[in-house]
Design a protein around this ligand. Structure first.
Ligand code: SF4
Length: 228
């Protein structure tokens, strides 16, 4: 049966269930993924989607309250075949204005640090746990991160980086769980979404705490070694 026929069959089946008063469907993860791939053909649940398809699926997202205060969605930036992916916590004011991640002073610092270890910004992929700016730059709430998570997971699947570097504690906690301090998390390899992951400090923290830059440089050098 082709996709159109399967979708018609699914629609008829659901309409029949509704007439019978059934308002929920249950099934295995595989069955649910198959159903979702029919009704959301460009969705992150289907494998092999490009970044452009994931962005199109996101649309003008209203899945969590952060959409209320945003100016622009900050989806992410960088090549689809990047070997290294940076994940921060959420867009700040300048990112919200421009729709690009890490364009403020913290982004400039990240660029300089990348250059110092031989990486160009243009060769890494950069995104955030949430794609809309939290009010007053507060940390994203768990429910907001959860609402945005399918997009992040789809981005990781699309880019398939050799390594992920989380920037700051909220991003590390969102991907690794727990509540450990950055002092304990940074510089220690772990794994998330099937990809080796190394947490380091957020560049905004490094602007306030320049004495931590040496540790962040050590982390970036470890990432570069892992890419070889
Ligand atoms: S933060 Fe993510 S889930 Fe929430 S509205 Fe923005 S794009 Fe949608």
């Amino acid at each position: 049966m082709d996709a159109d026929s399967r979708l018609r069959s699914l629609t008829d089946n659901l309409a029949c269930r509704r007439r019978l008063g059934l308002t929920r469907v249950a099934g295995s993860r595989q069955e649910m993924d198959e159903l979702l791939s029919l009704v959301l053909p460009a969705g992150p649940f289907a494998s092999g989607r490009s970044l452009a398809q994931i962005r199109a699926w996101m649309g003008e997202c209203t899945r969590c309250p952060l959409h209320q205060g945003r100016k622009k969605i900050v989806f992410g930036a960088g090549p689809e075949d990047a070997r290294l992916m940076f994940i921060g916590e959420g867009p700040g004011a300048q990112e919200d204005q421009q729709g690009e991640p890490f364009v403020g002073p913290a982004g400039k610092l990240l660029e300089r640090m990348l250059a110092a270890v031989g990486l160009a910004r243009a060769e890494v992929y950069i995104t955030n746990i949430v794609k809309c700016r939290p009010p007053n730059n507060r940390d994203p709430r768990a429910e907001e991160a959860a609402a945005c998570r399918p997009f992040l997971e789809a981005q990781v699947r699309a880019v398939a980086p050799r390594a992920i570097c989380t920037l700051g504690r909220p991003a590390a906690h969102a991907l690794l769980g727990g509540d450990a301090s950055m002092g304990r998390l940074r510089g220690r390899w772990s794994q998330a979404l099937g990809v080796p992951l190394l947490p380091t400090y957020h560049p905004a923290y490094l602007l306030r705490t320049p004495q931590a830059k040496a540790q962040a440089y050590a982390d970036l050098k470890a990432l570069v070694r892992a890419l070889r």
